[in-house]
Design a protein around this ligand. Sequence first.
Ligand SMILES: Nc1ncnc2c1ncn2[C@@H]1O[C@H](COP(=O)(O)OP(=O)(O)OP(=O)(O)O)[C@@H](O)[C@H]1O
Ligand SMILES: [Mg+2]
Length: 262
Amino acid sequence: MAEIELKNVSLAFDQPRTKNRNIVYENFDIEIEKGSFTFLLGPSGCGKSTFLNIINGLLTPTTADTIAVDGKDIRQHPDLTRKMGYVFQGPRLLPWKTLKENAEFGLKGLGVQPKEKWPELIEKYFEMAGLTAFMNHYPSQVSGGMQQRAAIVRAWVNEPEILLMDEPFSHLDEITAAELRRELVSLWSREEERRTIVFVTHNIAEAAQMGSDVVVLTPTPSRICYRREIDIPWPRSSTDEGVFAIEKELRQVFADRAGVRV
Ligand SMILES: Nc1ncnc2c1ncn2[C@@H]1O[C@H](COP(=O)(O)OP(=O)(O)OP(=O)(O)O)[C@@H](O)[C@H]1O
Ligand SMILES: [Mg+2]
């Protein structure tokens, strides 16, 4: 069953200075399966972050037949967005709050976790992100990569049914990114009822190593030009032949489609 469904979505931005219209989507359709770990790839500016913003109710398209989560339209049921955690492209932490207070702000904002559980959740996810020693620091007192990890914690502490992640590891050093990828896959794959993750990236290897589904978008007006499932059990190794073959296939997809680059 599709947990997220967009049908016939059109969205254009007017550019007042140039008087041009930037048509991001024109009759765009996409479905994301419940419990999938779906990777969304495509060239810069093709509408990946925009898709997450539409799903999370932060942006309303010009027209749309359906913007549904669990079969219900979010425009009639705005509460559905409480099922979601969102790791934005960039940390977006509140500078006057410590990292821990930022995570608490996330818990309070969504209001789905009982307050008694907060300390346990905070401890668990700060530990997972390797940030326990920095919980009481302010964003300005930690590095950019640490701020990004704190933003990941802020979404994870809610243990949301749907996790939207926009290039969450792209500004991290490779060792930390690899560690967090392992943690995320292990967290997701161990669950009896897997949550749905939509993960935007420019990193083909990351998609081949982690995803259950990969979707590639074209430049605007955006449409899906490629989609596949990846049926290899987790944890996967980057040296696994199957993973390597998918990585190669994805590179070929990008090479074959002019204007699509990663
Ligand atoms: N609020 C806005 N006002 C005007 N144009 C916008 C707005 N939000 C997005 N756009 C435009 O919509 C298009 C899609 O943007 P989006 O941020 O979704 O791209 P993206 O695929 O996430 O790119 P990247 O890989 O660089 O993050 C871009 O051309 C962008 O300039
Ligand atoms: Mg983006």
